[in-house]
Design a protein around this ligand. Sequence first.
Ligand code: PMP
Ligand code: GLN
Length: 385
Amino acid sequence: MKTSSARLSGLGTTIFAEMSARALRTGAINLGQGFPDTDGPAEVVEVAVDALRSGRNQYAPGTGVPQLRHAVAAHQKRFYGLDLDPDSEVAVTTGATEAIAAALLGLVDPGDEVIVLEPYYDSYVAVIQMAGGVRRPVTLRAPDFRLPLDELRAAVSPRTTTILLNSPHNPTGTVLRRDELDAIAAVAIEHDLVVISDEVYEHLTFDGIPHLPIATLPGMAGRTLTISSGGKSFSFTGWKIGWATGPAALVQAMLGAKQFMTYTSGSPLQPAIAHALGADDAYFDDFRARLQAQRDLLCAGLADLGFGVHVPEGTYFATTDITPLGFDDGVEFCRALPERAGVVAIPHQVFYDDVAAGRPLVRWAFCKQPSVIEEALDRLKALHP
Ligand code: PMP
Ligand code: GLN
């Protein structure tokens, strides 16, 4: 009996499932998988409840309910000045995860090379492999995790078709700057590449650092498929309402695969996320400020414990070097941490081809209530017996 396809070979179980299971088994505080421990706005939940009670429970259109497509287009205009046709240049997906998968399956042929930033989000590697593509990582290296522009240029080959970007970047917290985005845009234009840009943390940047969608750069709107989701911006990660925006041809390619994966995405949650996208500026500012305070609490506490801390510019995550505490292997460290200290974290190493670059690095989520972060920091004192 054949029990697995070659397409899944070597992919194993995602680190997020492994580490969340360890947290449940041991009762450890889960600073691993990135999800908030507080719900998003109650009024957004009310819109979902109204939709559930008012019969919006059958299939949505394949591209998503018009209300949400219009809200996504209005959001891209409001925050970034991007003009999108809500009927042909916006499509709703089951989380950003499905948008990423459908985009890669719809755009990448066997043998095509896809440039990815390393450390990479694990689903990128899995889906590039499922599509038969070849990943070409460009490594963001400690301690500053900036994009090495020469390595980016050197990663292009005659077989490259796509650059898969992620900014704000999980797990390093790097927010790509204008000069880095300019360099990526120049490479994409020179080699006629598609850019798939995962911007799920678009509203989670700190210290006044702006998020710049690469689609706003000259010459890029016509070759960029931008992906986001309501999960991070509104603290509803379990709703899995995402979207892709960009030129009609790229949206169509994504939908070409999506129609045979889920066909359509959850109807009653879509009007609620449409409502959320219209939140006033104060919502986004407060949310960012709260997360920034949680970042600062966690980073200061980890530094006090002796970790080498990289303070992130965005996302839910802080990265630490564990070597100052006498450890050298993040995977071993994270597997032992629940028993040793009652906390779960994520090793960077599993997000690299260049395993040595990620080996001493560990990621900690700070999208948790301050009291939970404080309790986790207190437990981590057990690392100093
Ligand atoms: N991309 C990145 C970089 C992420 O961190 C996440 C969070 N899981 C996703 C995509 C997936 O988003 P969603 O939950 O909307 O599928
Ligand atoms: N994006 C989140 C993280 O990186 C959640 C992971 C997931 O759900 N696959 O932790």
